[in-house]
Design a protein around this ligand. Structure first.
Ligand code: RIB
Length: 292
């Protein structure tokens, strides 16, 4: 079976829910507070491990208590942690405000900015042709660029979820197998001309549209894959669930359209519970929604 390697961030999410988001200089009262494991990389690894198999996390945690909790959570979710490296200093944290059925996040990368190309090389040296490598942008840009290049040279399938947004080089755009921006990231990346970008990158550029679904161009026409609306408790991690599930769809050798449909279903479940990983479904939860 193809392996899935997630090269990325691991954090602890510190989450506040409130009816009122403070303006500059203002103090408001919140409703609830909780801590829960997050980080786009770890979220994608957990999403993939709940739906698929052979999921390996590659990245760094700090030598603090949060690092221990992050590691335990990955193990608990059956993610292989052989390439999770403990480094000196604090683990990554994300400071999340939930209000009006949406979230705003400040990420402090800490250990996540200590991921190196040599850690990636040692993990991927065990990969076989066709294995899947999933990336986001909460680790250093040079590590992301190196990993995409490594995948291209070694015939591994790469998926880059360009979140949070930062500029992406033409080399990455050419070499990556799949690119999964949301609409805002697409607009930044392609200066608003998403239709033209979809045609320029057939079977590569997949633009996610939240509950509406996702769109790609198959070389002949735009293919819209419908999303599924569910009652929203917390949208944090929905994009990560989409990406983790997409990797699993490809691991199962689904067509791109079917893998995206599978990912849409998984993402729709993820918003129904609190916490980035709280609503991520298992394969049994999804079987009810898709005819597989
Ligand atoms: O995508 C959601 C994630 O973004 C959160 O879990 C938080 O850690 C931030 O990195």
């Amino acid at each position: 079976m193809k392996r899935i390697y997630v090269v990325g961030s691991m954090s602890m999410d510190l989450v506040v829910s409130t009816d009122q988001v403070p303006s500059k200089g203002e103090t408001v009262l919140g409703n609830t507070f909780f801590t829960t494991p997050g980080g786009k990389g770890a979220n994608q690894a957990v999403a993939a491990a709940r739906l698929g198999d052979h999921v390996h996390m590659v990245g760094c945690i700090g030598d603090d208590m949060l690092g221990k909790q992050i590691l335990e959570n990955l193990k608990h979710n059956h993610v292989n942690v052989e390439y999770v490296k403990k480094v000196k200093g604090p683990s990554g944290t994300a400071h999340i405000t939930l209000a009006d059925n949406d979230n705003s996040i400040i990420v402090v990368p800490s250990a996540n900015h200590k991921v190196t190309v040599s850690l990636v090389d040692s993990a991927l040296s065990k990969a076989n042709k066709g294995d899947i490598v999933l990336l986001q942008q909460e680790i250093p840009a040079d590590v992301v660029a190196h990993t995409v290049h490594y995948c291209y040279e070694h015939e591994l399938t790469s998926i880059l979820n360009p979140a949070p947004y930062r500029d992406i080089s033409d080399d990455i755009l050419e070499q990556v197998t799949y690119l999964t921006p949301n609409e805002t990231e697409s607009e930044n990346m392609f200066e608003g001309d998403i239709d033209q970008a979809l045609e320029r990158y057939p079977d590569k550029l997949i633009v996610t549209q939240g509950a509406l679904g996702a769109v790609f161009y198959d070389g002949l026409e735009q293919i819209e894959i419908q999303g599924i609306e569910r009652e929203v408790k917390d949208t944090t991690g929905a994009g990560d669930t989409f990406n983790g599930a997409l990797a699993v769809g490809l691991q199962k050798d689904y067509s791109l359209a079917k893998a995206i449909a599978f990912a849409n279903v998984a993402a729709s479940h993820s918003v129904t519970a609190l916490g980035a990983q709280g609503g991520m479904p298992t394969i049994n939860d999804i079987a009810q929604d898709l005819d597989m």
